[in-house]
Design a protein around this ligand. Structure first.
Ligand SMILES: [Zn+2]
Length: 239
C-alpha cells in the first residue's frame, strides 16, 4: 500500500468515527417536544353585546362576548372565577413543562370570542382550553365539556381530536374534584370554538347557581384540585 492510499484511508476512518460520535450525541439526547396550551378565561368584566359571525363565512351572528353567570352564594362573577383558574392552570402547566398562551390576564379587557380564537390560532398552540362555569336551576350540579360535532360547518375536521381532549380533561377534572361528570356535549353554535384552528374544548367547571359548588369553587384547596385535574387531562391527551 502506498503512503498516499494509507493517508486517504486514515482520513476516511477519522471522518467516519467523527460522524459516529455526532450520531451518538444526537441519539443520547432526543429533544422532547414542548407543547403550547392556549387558555381562555371565558367572559370579561363587562360583556360586549355587539354582534359577530358565529363562524368563518357565517351569516348567523351572536354577541361578541357575554357577561357570564354569577355565584349564587359568593356573588363572584363567572369571569373572575374563570380568570382565577386560568392563572393557576398556567402555573401548573408551566411547572409540568408546557408553554402556555393566555388569552387574557385581566378582568378589564374587551376581546370578542372570535378574536380570542384568532389570537389562539396565531399563538402556535396545539390545543385550546376554554374555561367556563355553568348556570341552571339551583339543584343542578356537576361539570361537562363541550366540543364541535362531525357535522359542524366550520370545524368538523377538529371534532375527533376535540372530543378526545374534552374527554381527557373532563374525566381527570371530575376525578380530582369529585364533581359529578355530566358528560360531553356536542355544540356547533359556539363562536369561540367555530373560529378555532386547533382541537378545542370548553369546560363547564361546575354550577355557580348551585350554592355548594359555587362555594367549593372559591376555596383555595378546591381550586388546586380543579387545576391539577385539568392539567392531568392535558397530560393524558398528549400521552
Ligand atoms: Zn361562561
Amino acid at each position: 500500500m502506498s503512503k498516499k492510499i494509507l493517508a486517504v484511508l486514515m482520513g476516511v476512518i477519522l471522518i467516519g468515527s467523527g460522524f459516529g460520535i455526532e450520531d451518538r450525541k444526537i441519539s443520547a439526547a432526543p429533544k422532547k417536544k414542548v407543547y403550547t396550551v392556549a387558555i381562555d378565561a371565558g367572559h370579561q368584566a363587562k360583556g360586549n353585546y355587539k354582534k359577530e359571525p358565529v363562524g368563518p363565512g357565517s351569516k348567523t351572528k351572536k354577541a361578541k362576548v357575554s357577561s357570564g353567570t354569577r355565584g349564587v352564594a359568593t356573588k363572584v362573577p363567572e369571569s373572575k372565577l374563570n380568570l382565577q383558574i386560568a392563572k393557576k392552570l398556567e402555573k401548573e402547566l408551566k411547572r409540568r413543562g408546557y408553554k402556555v398562551y393566555m388569552v387574557r390576564r385581566k378582568q378589564n379587557v374587551n376581546i370578542s370570542n372570535k378574536q380570542r380564537a384568532q389570537r389562539v390560532n396565531k399563538s402556535g398552540a396545539s390545543i385550546y382550553i376554554r374555561l367556563h362555569a355553568d348556570a341552571g336551576s339551583s339543584g343542578v350540579k356537576g361539570a361537562s365539556a363541550l366540543y364541535p360535532s362531525k357535522k359542524n360547518r366550520y370545524v368538523k375536521r377538529l371534532s375527533a381530536k376535540s372530543k378526545k381532549l374534552s374527554k381527557c380533561v373532563l374525566k381527570q377534572y371530575c376525578k380530582a374534584t369529585k364533581f359529578k361528570n355530566r358528560g360531553l356535549f356536542q355544540r356547533d353554535d359556539l363562536t369561540g370554538t367555530n373560529w378555532s384552528k386547533i382541537p378545542v374544548t370548553l369546560i363547564e367547571m361546575g354550577f355557580m347557581t348551585n350554592r355548594s359548588e359555587d362555594k367549593k369553587m372559591q376555596k383555595k384547596s378546591y381550586q388546586t384540585r380543579m387545576v391539577k385535574g385539568i392539567a392531568n387531562g392535558v397530560d393524558q391527551y398528549f400521552k
